[in-house]
Design a protein around this ligand. Structure first.
Ligand code: HEC
Ligand code: HEC
Ligand code: HEC
Length: 131
């Protein structure tokens, strides 16, 4: 003989624990970030390429931005030549944010996940164009 009620209760308790990490994540922004490339400027690009390779950007965009700022402000140099010899105008607003005009769905998507909140936007203005 066995006690069906106890087995069911046992099962329910097991399920509650097994799925707890899942339920406890609902409503929090801990889902893997999926930065969106869906902007008018990126859509119109012939080659969907960033200033540098995706891998490089993912790992080093913070340093690159600091490099850009120093170059523009300390050396008054506003021309960046990338690893492939392509030229970009050094500007957070007019270069990065022109392609990545969807700051909320791009920059913020990752930063929310990584819990970083760059203070750049205190001064640098972003138009939320496109979507
Ligand atoms: C010419 C348009 C363009 C410009 C300018 C541009 N990006 Fe990008 N960016 C892209 C595209 C397209 C990708 C996706 C590249 C790929 O998938 O290979 C990308 C990828 C990235 C990624 C990696 C995203 C991921 O999913 O890992 C980061 C971070 C990034 N860009 C930040 C920047 C920053 C910061 C700047 C300015 C310094 C900048 N981008 C300038 C078009 C641009
Ligand atoms: C693929 C995910 C991803 C995308 C997309 C992304 N970032 Fe980041 N960003 C990060 C992570 C992760 C960090 C923190 C990394 C660290 O400190 O090493 C960071 C840090 C930064 C920092 C330094 C902040 C600090 O307080 O140290 C700046 C500035 C920055 N990002 C700018 C941008 C801008 C501008 C964009 C959009 C054009 C962007 N990022 C898009 C992941 C991303
Ligand atoms: C206290 C205000 C302030 C903050 C905060 C700030 N900046 Fe700037 N930044 C400026 C000013 C002013 C300039 C000069 C604008 C010019 O001469 O074109 C500038 C220029 C730059 C430039 C080069 C020129 C351009 O048009 O983009 C870059 C790149 C840059 N900042 C990146 C950053 C990044 C990345 C952060 C955050 C980590 C940041 N800034 C935070 C005020 C600020």
């Amino acid at each position: 003989m066995y006690d069906g009620g106890k087995i069911i209760i046992g099962l329910l308790i097991f399920l509650a624990f097994a799925t707890f990490p899942f339920y406890s994540n609902i409503g929090k922004s801990v889902a893997k970030p999926e930065p969106s490339l869906d902007t008018p400027v990126i859509k119109a690009l012939e080659k969907k390429e960033c200033v540098e390779s995706k891998d490089f950007m993912r790992r080093n965009h913070m340093q690159l931005l600091i490099e850009w700022r120093d170059s523009a402000l300390r050396d008054a140099k506003r021309d960046y030549v990338n690893s492939k010899g392509k030229h970009f105008r050094i500007s957070l607003q007019n270069t990065c944010m022109k392609c990545h005009s969807n700051k909320k769905k791009f920059c913020d998507e990752c930063h929310g996940y990584a819990a970083v909140d760059p203070y750049c936007w205190d001064c640098h203005f972003v138009k939320e164009g496109g979507r």
